[in-house]
Ligand binder design. Structure first.
Ligand code: DAH
Length: 331
């Protein structure tokens, strides 16, 4: 028994001599002096020894422990002193590899959209994501009982009382807020998040982004609307871009249309449906106290994820919100 302890001591000390840096020393310390280390593993042997030998055996193990600990401390000092700590800043240290940050692909798209509309004379307007029913529905000519108000299609906050709040389902709310805040003529764009209780899959997410535009002046027509959208498409996608409108229905515009834009999709030009538009419905003007006999307006709402995804050939909307740096670095 005594011999095997002697052998272990020699082996541990020899191994310690080969430790040349802090990491190796720590590995050694854990292997030998750690709570699950070899020295601890020897302790039960004391109990198993014949009673007469136990005290001696115990002393021997204590001595071994002290020996290993002091050898370890000495070795640590020797290794540590080999490279003196630099005083102040050590300019020879290699730097950290900090990958540069970048804007999220959606943020970059939003910034460009705002910039292009800005050049066309649109100011940025804003509104809250927690809205009331007046701004999300009523003032937008969406009457009580309209299917768009179905609790299953909205994130209502709070009870059933009149005037309850919800997460806005569309940025069209900002049309109302802009006209409540200012008298026409006006030209505004609003970008922001909207919320709908959709199950998440490759093309649906319960939160996404829209850009809303509103222009009010004395003699605006569908031609101005189309010209504005075309101007945007060409500035954003290039001079070959085209705009197409298909008749549709929205409560807050009359007439209403779906907007498609011909844009580059992974190198080829394709038609992509990107939102809705129309001439502001007189009922909307009346709701905000603007005289519909005096003023005309056009409005549009475009889906930002849709444009971004088609443009970059992305198949799954969820990737945009996972914040996986490997995905985001591509843009
Ligand atoms: N708010 C509509 C939506 O979320 C989009 C829209 C359609 C906005 C027509 C408009 C518009 O301003 O004129 O589906």
């Amino acid at each position: 028994m005594r011999e095997s302890i002697d052998a272990y001591e020699r082996e541990a000390l020899a191994e310690l001599e080969t430790c040349g840096d802090a990491a190796a020393l720590e590995t050694w310390r854990i292997a030998h002096l750690g709570t699950k280390g070899r020295l601890r593993g020897l302790m039960p042997l004391v109990k198993d020894a014949p009673p007469a030998e136990r005290p001696l055996f115990g002393q021997r193990l204590n001595a071994l422990k002290e020996r290993l600990e002091s050898a370890f401390a000495a070795r640590r000092d020797a290794v540590g002193s080999r490279r003196p700590r630099p005083r102040g800043l050590d300019l020879t240290e290699p730097g950290l590899d900090l990958a540069p940050g970048r804007r999220h692909v959606l943020t970059a798209t939003i910034d460009r959209i705002v910039e292009v509309f800005g050049r066309m004379g649109f100011e940025v307007a804003d509104g809250p994501e927690i809205e009331d029913e007046w701004h999300n529905f009523t003032a937008l000519n969406i009457p009580p009982g309209h299917p768009a108000r179905d609790p299953n299609d909205n994130f209502f906050l709070g009870g059933q009382a009149a005037g309850r709040l919800l997460l806005r389902t569309q940025t069209s709310t900002v049309q109302i807020r802009a006209m409540e805040a200012r008298r026409p003529p006006l030209r505004v764009v609003a970008v922001g998040r909207v919320y709908r209780p959709d199950d998440h899959d490759a093309t649906h997410y319960s939160m996404f982004h829209q850009v809303e535009g509103l222009a009010v002046d004395r003699d605006l027509s569908m031609a101005d609307l189309k010209g504005t959208l075309l101007g945007f498409a060409r500035a954003f996608f290039g001079p070959e871009a085209e705009v197409r409108m298909r008749p549709s229905f929205f409560p807050f515009t009359e007439p209403s249309a779906e907007v498609d834009m011909r844009m580059p999709v992974k190198g080829t030009w394709q038609w992509v449906e990107i939102g809705g538009c129309g001439m502001v419905d007189p009922a909307v003007f009346e709701a905000v106290g603007v005289n519909p006999d005096e003023w005309r307006g056009f409005a549009f709402g475009l889906g930002i994820e849709r444009v971004t995804m088609r443009r970059h050939g992305l198949g799954d909307i969820r990737r945009l919100f996972e914040n996986d740096a490997r995905f985001l670095r591509q843009f």
